[in-house]
Design a protein around this ligand. Structure first.
Ligand code: COA
Ligand code: AMP
Length: 635
């Protein structure tokens, strides 16, 4: 393989030739002759290529004589189960389940929602939908019925797939009940709900709509992969927008497969036959790309882990899985290692676990904070690599290209632009900024293969959110700078998305919910720094005149409402009743200033502030409730 700088240069100067060459790694049904071309008025990658992503992930390896090699290892400390599927076994299960789905009406282009815990059937479901050329939309299990209902109404699925329960450490999550509540709240319910029964929780089927997974599977006849265009959608993955309406990120089949296969070689240094473990969840983009599709397309063994970094049973969990399954490449979010570090600061639980198979550890989902990087460097003998990307990109935009030769690590930087991404920094007027100047992080168009072509059924929102802010560039909504050596430093979101334990959430959505409480006159929700989870949302609430002041009662209600409407993963646990909110003279709430007080104890008084005294009041309220720096530290 050529070097990083050669590939970066070629991808910049001749993107078409570069990506057509990368496309040759894949077994297309009809290989693309054209790198880019207009489809429905938009420039798309590989417009004349035909393939099937499930075929690439499974059949290709079986046909190449690797049918008996391990494709997927399910390791579930919460149920005490371990199970290995070979490529052939997985292909057979997937093709039968695809046949079963076809029997209940799923065809190419139909949407199927998957709301499932981390069990092999979740990956089988995704691959079966892909095999039919249908479009899956996986919804993370930590989302409440209301969030699921919003996604049902946007995607309008023909079928919804779920399980009888999920397991959070020892607690059962009643997935089927949550699905029933979501369907009740939706305008466009699916025709069918297929439920996988787990031994931990009996199946409850409601009426004619619900079907038992195993009964359906028993009658499913294997089906061949359905050829689709490279530009046809593989999935929709909803991510936080700035309001209660999530963005339906669309992913195509061809560009995605090419990008993922390239990333496995160039970024992760993973070869066919390697064991790749992304400790995430199939509900997130990391799970889509690096639990399911990239490892399987590459011919790696992927690990599907139903557990936590700690408490399943303790902080040895990651080391155990790495040693037991001889993991070569490991990927998780920094928060997971912070959780381990908190309970096992000297990494004593690592002792006795042979992790010599490991080549590198990758972290993303949030900034890799320097203390966690240096802790990891102290306990591991392999490179620890931060890399930056988003649901929208689908694969890393900035990384240390380990597979092309490791470069110097700069603590605090996510690395250098991945070949294919022309990352730049611009000011508010879209002028390019120089080294170390802070601004909006943007990517010069066209984006490389794999990135979102649009939002589901909403081209206008796609244009508005991503293309309009800086013409000619893709707007990432992250702020940061590039240093004189070309290293990119990401400083956080410039919109009101926050990152809680590696999960992207919208404070705008939380404000909509808090603001709808009958006692609330106005509110602000800000993401404050947290030593374990990176950020945590905190509400600041002004009550309506005449409402009896019951701050504890109101807080309890707001916490319960956010949990019920968004889900437990919102981690919304504090809502402070305050007399007033700091605002500019034009009435804009100074959320950044509130956040700074919580994170640093005080904040510079903005020139535009209406009444500076309010900052003292807010500070006093935080001190009284122990918010942010005024509270007990969680590390
Ligand atoms: N289904 C239902 N509930 C879920 C859930 C799921 N799939 N995942 C999390 N939850 C619940 C948790 O049980 C918890 O509920 P609680 O408030 O009743 O205790 C709540 O959501 C918050 O979860 P989380 O933020 O994950 O906190 P935690 O204390 O359970 O775990 C970490 C903390 C750091 C161990 C955990 O967040 C983690 O492993 N993070 C890795 C992040 C990751 O994989 N990111 C993806 C990008 S790489
Ligand atoms: P998501 O779409 O849920 O993957 O969240 C993407 C957002 O997480 C990005 O826009 C960043 O704000 C943040 N993020 C992800 N990875 C990193 C990283 N390595 N460094 C800093 N921020 C990151």
């Amino acid at each position: 393989m050529s070097t990083y700088s050669e590939q970066r240069q070629q991808a910049l100067s001749e993107p078409g030739a570069f990506w057509l060459e990368q496309a040759q790694r894949l077994a297309w049904m009809e290989p693309p002759t054209q790198a880019m071309g207009a489809v429905d008025g938009r420039q798309r990658w590989f417009p004349d290529g035909v393939l099937n992503t499930c075929h690439l992930a499974l059949d290709v390896h079986v046909d190449a004589g690797r049918g008996d090699d391990p494709a997927l290892i399910y390791d579930s400390p919460v149920t005490g189960t371990k199970k290995t599927y070979s490529f052939r076994q997985l292909r057979d299960e997937v093709s039968r389940f695809a046949g079963a789905l076809r029997q209940i009406g799923v065809e190419k282009g139909d949407r199927v929602i998957i709301y499932m815990p981390m069990i092999p059937e979740a990956a089988i479901a995704m691959l079966a939908v892909a095999r039919l050329g249908a479009i899956h939309s996986v919804v993370f299990g930590g989302f409440a019925p209301n969030e699921l209902a919003v996604r049902i109404d946007d995607a309008r699925p023909r079928v919804l797939l779920t399980a009888s329960c999920g397991i959070e450490i020892t607690r059962e999550i009643p997935y089927k009940d949550l699905v029933d509540a979501a369907i009740e709240a939706s305008q466009h319910p699916p025709d069918r709900v297929v439920v996988f029964e787990r031994p931990q929780h009996p199946l409850t089927l409601s009426g004619d709509r619900d079907l038992d997974w195993s009964t359906l599977m028993a009658v499913g006849k294997p089906v061949d992969p359905v050829p689709v265009k490279a530009t046809d959608p593989l999935y929709i993955l909803y991510t936080s927008g700035t309001t209660g309406r999530p963005k339906g990120v669309v992913r195509d089949n061809g560009g995605y497969a090419v990008a993922l296969r390239y990333s496995m070689a160039a970024i992760y240094g993973a070869d066919p036959g390697d064991v790749y473990w992304a400790a995430s969840d199939v509900g997130w983009v990391v799970g889509h790309s690096y639990i399911v599709y990239a490892p399987l397309i590459t011919g790696c063994t992927t690990i599907l882990y139903e557990g936590k970094p700690i408490r399943t049973p303790d902080a040895s969990a990651f080391w155990r899985v790495m040693s037991e399954h001889r993991v070569n490449v490991f990927f998780t979010a920094p928060t997971a290692f912070r959780a381990i570090k908190k309970v096992d600061p000297d990494a004593t639980k690592k002792a006795g676990h042979d992790i010599s198979s490991l080549k590198a550890v990758f972290l993303a989902g949030e900034r890799l904070d320097p203390p966690t990087l240096s802790w990891l460097n102290g306990i591991l003998d392999v490179p620890v690599i931060d890399h930056w990307w988003q649901t929208e990109s689908g694969w890393p935009m900035v990384a240390n290209p380990f597979g092309l030769g490791m470069m110097t690590v700069k603590s605090g930087s996510a690395g250098v632009p991945v070949p294919g991404y022309d990352v730049q920094i611009v000011d508010e007027e879209s002028h390019l900024l120089g080294p170390r100047e802070i601004g909006d992080v943007v990517v010069k168009l066209p984006l490389p293969p794999g990135c979102l072509p649009t939002l589901w059924q909403d081209d206008a929102r796609f244009e508005d959110a991503y293309l309009a802010p800086h013409p000619g560039f893709y707007h990432t909504a992250d702020g940061g700078y590039i240093d004189e050596d070309g290293y990119v430093f990401i400083m956080g979101r410039t919109d009101d998305n926050i990152n809680v334990a590696g999960h992207r959430l919208s404070t705008g959505e939380m404000e909509e919910i808090v603001g709808a409480h009958p006692a609330v006159a106005e509110c602000a929700v800000v993401g404050i720094a947290d030593a374990l989870k990176g950020q945590l949302p905190v509400g600041f609430v002004v009550l309506k005149d005449g409402v009896a002041p019951d701050p504890i009662g109101i807080e309890r209600e707001l916490v319960a409402t956010i949990r019920a409407e968004i889900g437990p993963i919102a981690c919304f646990r504090q809502a402070l009743v305050v007399g007033r909110l700091p605002k500019t003279r034009s009435g804009k709430i100074l959320r950044k200033t509130i956040r700074r007080i919580a994170d640093q104890g005080s904040a510079p008084v903005p020139a535009t502030i209406d009444d500076p005294i309010i900052l003292k009041e807010i500070q006093a309220a935080m001190r009284a409730r122990g918010v942010g720096v005024f509270g007990p530290r969680s590390d």
